[in-house]
Design a protein around this ligand. Structure first.
Ligand SMILES: Cc1cc2nc3c(=O)[nH]c(=O)nc-3n(C[C@H](O)[C@H](O)[C@H](O)COP(=O)(O)OP(=O)(O)OC[C@H]3O[C@@H](n4cnc5c(N)ncnc54)[C@H](O)[C@@H]3O)c2cc1C
Length: 381
C-alpha cells in the first residue's frame, strides 16, 4: 500500500540525509565499531546539514518545526544503513523535548544553539544499577543547598554516555515523597565529581558509546534544574516517554523492512537442490508472513506519527507500537537469518549485524513486559 506520510519537503530532506550517510558515515562505520565510539566531529557535520533540533526555535539556531516526520526520516536512514553507532535519535527524539519545553529563557540561550549545531552532545540518565523498569526505585539524590544541588549517585547503560556534554539526570529531591519527589537536573561535562566509567561492552551496536555515570558530591547549580522546584520530574519523564517509544518503533519497522528486502534478494540468488531457495514453499510462506506483518506495523506506526504531531499520541498507543514492532523486528531478523543459512551467521552479512544490533530493542525505552503492563492497566484492573 502507498505510504502517504511524507510531503515533498520530507522527501528532499531524506535525500540530504542519504547523501550525508553515504559520505560521512557508511565508509567509516566499521572502524567506529572497532573503536567503540563515533567521533564527535561527525556530530558537528550532521549539525551542519541540519540533522539536529528541528523543534528548536529559529532564534536559538534550530528550524523551529515541530514535525516528527523529520525525526522519522533520520531514524529510517540510519537504520537502513546499519549505522547503529549514531546516537542521534537519543539526542533528537528523546532529549530535545526536555530542552525545548522545560527550559527557561537563560537555559535556552545557553544550551539550544549547541544542541542544534551538534557541538553539545546530550544524554539522559534514568537507569541505575538497581533500578531500570522500576524508575521510582532510583536512589540518586539531589539535596538543595542554597544556589545549588548536591548530587550523589550512579547511573548505568547511558547512551552517548562517553561523548555527552549535557546529561539530564533523574534524581530524588524528596525521597519520602515517592514519584512526587523527583527532579531533572542538567549535569555538564567538566563539573567536579562527575565522571563516566568504561564504555560498556555490548552484544551489538558496537560503535555506540554506552556508559556508567558517577556523581560524587556534584554541585549542580539551581539554574540547571529543568522546570520548577515542584518534584514533578517523574511526570515530566512520563510525558516524554511516548515520543521515545515511537522513535524506537520507527527504527524497528525500518529495520524489518530493510532486512526483509535483503533477504528476498538473497533468496533469489541462493541455490539448493538445483533450485532457488525462494522457490521452496517454506521460504515463500515465511517471507509472506513477515512481509504482511511488517506492512501492517508500518501503517500503525505512521498513524502514531500523525497522532504525535497532533498532540494526540497516548501512552498506551505508544506502548503498543513499541512492544509489537520491536518483537516483530527481532522475530523477523531471526527468521531471515535462518533463511541465509550459514552465511547469516557471518558478520560480513548485514543480517548478522542486524540480528546483534536489534536484540536490545525489546529492552530499552521500557521492556516488552512493561509495555504490556501499561496497556493492561488501561483496562482498569
Ligand atoms: C544499549 C542500552 C542503552 C540504554 N540507554 C539508556 C539511556 O540512554 N538512558 C537510560 O536511562 N537507560 C538506558 N538503558 C536502560 C534501559 O532502559 C533498561 O535496561 C530497561 O529499562 C530495563 O531495565 P533493567 O535493565 O534494570 O531491567 P529490569 O528492570 O531489572 O528487568 C529485568 C526483567 O524483569 C522484567 N520486569 C521488570 N519489572 C516487571 C514487571 N513489573 N512485570 C513483568 N516483568 C517485569 C523486565 O521486563 C525484564 O525482562 C539502556 C539499556 C541498554 C541495554
Amino acid at each position: 500500500m502507498r505510504r502517504d506520510l511524507f510531503d515533498e519537503e520530507h522527501l528532499l530532506f531524506r535525500e540530504t540525509v542519504r547523501e550525508f550517510m553515504a559520505r560521512e558515515v557508511v565508509p567509516h562505520h566499521a572502524r567506529w565499531e572497532k573503536d567503540g565510539i563515533v567521533p564527535r566531529e561527525v556530530w558537528k557535520k550532521a549539525g551542519e546539514v541540519g540533522m539536529f533540533g528541528f523543534s528548536v526555535p529559529e532564534e536559538y539556531g534550530g528550524a523551529g518545526i515541530t514535525d516528527f516526520r523529520y525525526n522519522a526520516v533520520i531514524v529510517e536512514e540510519i537504520i537502513r544503513n546499519g549505522a547503529s553507532g549514531l546516537g542521534f535519535s537519543l539526542h533528537n527524539d528523546v532529549v530535545a523535548p526536555y530542552l525545548v519545553d522545560l527550559t527557561d529563557e537563560e537555559q535556552k540561550r545557553r544550551w539550544l544553539p549547541g544542541f542544534a549545531s551538534g557541538e553539545l552532545i546530550t544524554a539522559i540518565a534514568m537507569t541505575e544499577p538497581g533500578a531500570g523498569s522500576d524508575l521510582q526505585g532510583i536512589r540518586t539524590t539531589a539535596v538543595r543547598e542554597g544556589d545549588h544541588y548536591l548530587l550523589n549517585g550512579q547511573k548505568t547503560f547511558i547512551t552517548n554516555g562517553v561523548n555527552a556534554d549535557l546529561v539530564i539526570v533523574v534524581a530524588k529531591t524528596d525521597p519520602a515523597a515517592g514519584a512526587r519527589g523527583t527532579t531533572l537536573l542538567v549535569v555538564e561535562r567538566g563539573m567536579d565529581g562527575f565522571g563516566h566509567g568504561r564504555n560498556l561492552d555490548k552484544v551489538g551496536m558496537k560503535a555506540q558509546d554506552t556508559a556508567e555515570l558517577f556523581f560524587e558530591n556534584v554541585r549542580v547549580p539551581v539554574a540547571n534544574r529543568l522546570g520548577p522546584e515542584d518534584g514533578r520530574g517523574f511526570f515530566q519523564l512520563m510525558d516524554n516517554l511516548p515520543q521515545e517509544r515511537l522513535s524506537i518503533a520507527v527504527a524497528a519497522v525500518a529495520a524489518a523492512e530493510t532486512v526483509l528486502e535483503q533477504t528476498i534478494e538473497y533468496c533469489k540468488g541462493r541455490q539448493a537442490f538445483g533450485r532457488n531457495i525462494g522457490s521452496f514453499q517454506n521460504t515463500r510462506f515465511v517471507l509472506a508472513e513477515l512481509a504482511t506483518e511488517t506492512e501492517i506495523a508500518r501503517h500503525y506506526v505512521d498513524k502514531c506519527i500523525v497522532a504525535l504531531n497532533a498532540g494526540e499520541l497516548t501512552v498506551v498507543d505508544a506502548a503498543k507500537a513499541k512492544w509489537w514492532t520491536t518483537e516483530l523486528q527481532t522475530k523477523l531478523i531471526d527468521r531471515c537469518l535462518q533463511l541465509h543459512g550459514g552465511y547469516g551467521y557471518m558478520n560480513e552479512y548485514p543480517v548478522a549485524k542486524a540480528w546483534l544490533d536489534s536484540r536490545v530493542q525489546t529492552i530499552y525505552g521500557g521492556t516488552t513486559e512493561i509495555m504490556k503492563e501499561i496497556i493492561g492497566r488501561s483496562f482498569g484492573f
